[in-house]
Write a protein of this length. Sequence first.
Length: 545
Amino acid sequence: MSSRTGSDIPLTETAASSVLDHETDDIAQRFNERYTLKQGLHQRHIQMIGLAGTIGSGLFLNSGQALAMGGPLGAFLGYTIIGLVISSVVLVTGEMGTLVPLSGGLVRYAELFFDPAMAFANGWNQVLSYVVTIPAEIVAASILVEFWIAVSSAIWITVFGMLILVTALLFIRLYGELEFAFAMLKILLIIGVNIMALVITCGGGPSGQSIGFRYWKDPGPFVQYLGIKGPLGRFLGFWTTLNNAVFAYAGAQNITVAGAETKSPRQAIPKATKRILVRVFVFYVLSIFMAGLVIPSNDPNLLHITGTASQSPFVIAAHRAGIHDAPSVINAAILTSAWSAGNSFILYGSRILFGMAIQGHAPAVFSRLNRFSVPYVAISFFGAFMCLGYMVASKSASAVFSWLQALVAISTLVDWGIICVVYLRFYYGCKKQGIDRHKELPWAAPFQPYLTWVSFVLILLLILTGGFSTFIHGHWSTQTFISSYINVPIFLALYFGYKAWKKTHILGLANIPIVGLMQFYLSQDNLEPEPTQKKGLARLNILWS
């Protein structure tokens, strides 16, 4: 970070005019929330949430479907490629969030660096997504409990819904401590199942059979998707794993969404952000690789959807190897992951809605805080929609709920694409205003803008081909087609509708208020303590600082 103070930063004539006319009073008013919200998230919370906070059922349960559709090599490549994409997205989010640590994450950056209409459209796009995904995680937790005891799912939906709602309404520090503990459990689970897979493939299981790369040879490294023979069928199988991986990585981009409640954000956010590559390759890529070693892609159990640990590829592998005690342990750990995901999503959704209310893109009532300095009205809004979880009690309603869930799943890709667009405007705005990112910003992401451009192109391809299977002869599905593409026209309608209503414009590169933001935050350097060096046994701690 540059040692220059805000007053030393040179201003071009255009930038200076922007600062005088728009930024001086406006920035202080916009960022007043950092003085009204409690900074209850410390470095260890942010770093552990960044390391394992969004790891959930997508990795533990649904990764088996990627193996069945793409084969061991196809799934490995799919998770690796999307891992690089989400790494790029998280890195640039961290760069913007370190400069602008506000509630709402991207919806705030879009307002500052691109167009208020983009903030409005993506903000409501994300709100609608969390309205469905929060009850979906509660339902997932209730199904996981049924692995041990068969009672009405409505009971467990009520229990988990109340736990998540009460946690969200109390101190942000409580959320941080819970997520810290959940992250530790998830890390231990991932280490445990990967060690188990290594032991099995080396012949250390009860059966005593060494597997090695046997399943990469028979049935093979790729799968002929939908029975299509030859290279095309194998490629389509691999391409399908990309969408499966997107859902497994979903939520990682929200690492800065509670920026206004983060203590010492210019230290905490970069440290958490820089560990994204470690998380991607140690937790996701290594896990899918090990799963591909210990279970063949043609095992029929991989496509048997139960919602419990019995569909996990690691549990299936344990059964095949003769290890019968693994399912309950893995199910218990996955249950904490579903609970953790519900906690995270209500935090993300409420802070996005709170940030939108601060900007004027949502009713002002959502900006109200309770005695614990958390936006209780925004939290209560999402709490009311937890009742959607009760729809699983009816078969027809359950089908509708599953369809709604699939309907908004594509919003993750839309969100990633918007992050890339907003960051590219920010990046070229820096160049236009003569700002050296690596010297003058609090923290700058590496390999830019090249990594962002590559990620953006791939995200666009994934959005365009999300429902490709419906265009294959004999495989048309109206439900799949609508759920794969309906999110795009909804977003465009929100964006252009707001532009027409409010007459907003895309900010010119010279008018993006980067200089004013630098002045405001670099002048706050004395508010963050200097980082301390690790001493003694603390040096062995590689998880957080």
